[in-house]
Design a protein around this ligand. Structure first.
Ligand code: TYD
Length: 230
């Protein structure tokens, strides 16, 4: 990436990794409360005088929103192959990086992204069974080196998460309609991603109330901004 300073280091398993300062992603299973926290992080950073772009995946661009609709409310009755799913999410991400995330970061803004590449690793690899390395390879092409420097992982027991989703009383989408075992595989994969990418994953206990969760989030933000003078 030409105009961006990249942080470079090694992951806990020794591979070279990089991240863009001011780029954070939020991850976790359905119902984990990350969207509520995303809005709060944005408000907090703005109070500190930063410009913040809050965005989400799938979506974040008009093309991405079309892909989101295809993936979540697929109406043709045709099964979407797991490999197609990987590629569609990655296509949405490539568009998002090129047209929203990268320009914002290059302009010195913060970017808070509600779901990013780790959702593909957790759902398409853990959930659907595509190898992690294949999902990583496809996404490396989409990301153009634009990795988040921090990933807040909102960890919540699967049963509690699904209860929260059903309490909303909305019609479930394709992912929410999956079996318990699918969601358990997704949750386990997040745990293993937190180990593999320990340099950027921060575990947040999402089983607490909104205020307590936000206190944990603020600790993570303060630690990061303080240590980097951002
Ligand atoms: P969304 O309504 O945004 O869910 P949430 O509010 O939980 O974030 O739906 C996005 C769904 O798409 C969610 O079930 C996870 C899934 N998903 C993937 O499977 N892979 C991906 O790469 C992304 C970004 C999302």
């Amino acid at each position: 990436m030409k105009n961006l300073t990249l942080w470079k280091g090694r992951s806990s398993v020794g591979e070279m990794v990089s991240g863009v300062p001011r780029f954070w992603s939020l991850e976790g299973c359905e119902g984990c409360g990350k969207s509520t926290q995303a809005a709060r992080i944005k408000a907090y950073l703005e109070q500190q005088g930063h410009e913040v772009v809050l965005t989400r995946e799938p979506g974040g661009t008009p093309t991405g929103e079309m892909i989101r609709n295809m993936l979540q409310h697929h109406a043709s009755g045709e099964d979407i192959a797991p490999s197609t799913e990987v590629l569609l999410f990655a296509a949405s991400r490539a568009q998002h990086v090129r047209h929203v995330i990268r320009p914002a970061l290059e302009a010195g803004k913060w970017v808070i992204c509600d779901r990013f590449v780790d959702s593909s690793l957790a759902y398409q690899s853990g959930g659907r069974g595509i190898s992690l390395e294949d999902v990583l390879k496809v996404n490396a092409f989409a990301l153009e080196d634009c990795w988040p420097i921090k990933t807040l992982w909102f960890d919540l027991p699967v049963e509690q998460a699904l209860e929260r989703v059903s309490d909303r009383g909305e019609a479930p989408d394709r992912f929410e309609s999956e079996q318990l075992a699918f969601h358990q595989r997704v949750a386990l994969t997040y745990q293993s991603l937190a180990d593999r990418f320990a340099h950027r994953f921060v575990r947040i206990d999402a089983s607490r109330g909104v205020e307590e969760v936000f206190a944990q989030v603020l600790d993570a933000v303060a630690e990061h901004t303080g240590s980097r003078g951002l």
